[in-house]
Design a protein around this ligand. Structure first.
Ligand code: SF4
Ligand code: SF4
Length: 114
């Protein structure tokens, strides 16, 4: 028995995970193959960018972008909550702080685990 299987992107989600530039992407699917969460699926049309099928499952790990060898073909779209928190680190002391913090916490002196 032969049955057809359809892939339908999750349109209502606000998260887009990655963006492709169809003028640069050649549809090689290296990014789709490396994605450990199967967020990306090969496009049924040869030569077209992969389809972002499950953007909510994206870990924002960046493996897909690193795997691509065509600069500009794929771009990470970091979730908003990861884009606006910036942690700065003092060169001299290694102290981490956020801009605008009145009383930055003392440096973390615990040794690394493991
Ligand atoms: S974004 Fe890069 S790795 Fe992914 S299909 Fe396009 S060219 Fe290939
Ligand atoms: S960032 Fe990571 S999890 Fe998200 S689509 Fe790329 S490889 Fe998959």
């Amino acid at each position: 028995m032969r049955e057809k299987v359809y892939m339908v992107p999750n349109q209502p989600t606000p998260n887009r995970a990655v963006d492709f530039n169809p003028d640069i992407c050649n549809g090689c699917n290296r990014c789709a193959q490396i994605c450990r969460n199967d967020v990306l699926m090969p496009n049924a049309e040869k030569g077209k960018p992969p389809i972002v099928l499950y953007p909510d499952e994206c870990w924002s790990c960046g493996c897909c972008v690193q795997e691509c060898n065509r600069p500009g073909a794929i771009e990470m779209l970091h979730p908003l909550n990861q884009s606006i928190v910036v942690i700065w680190k003092r060169k001299e002391t290694g102290q981490e702080f956020r801009l605008g913090m009145k009383n930055p916490p003392a440096p973390n002196t615990r040794p690394a685990a493991g």
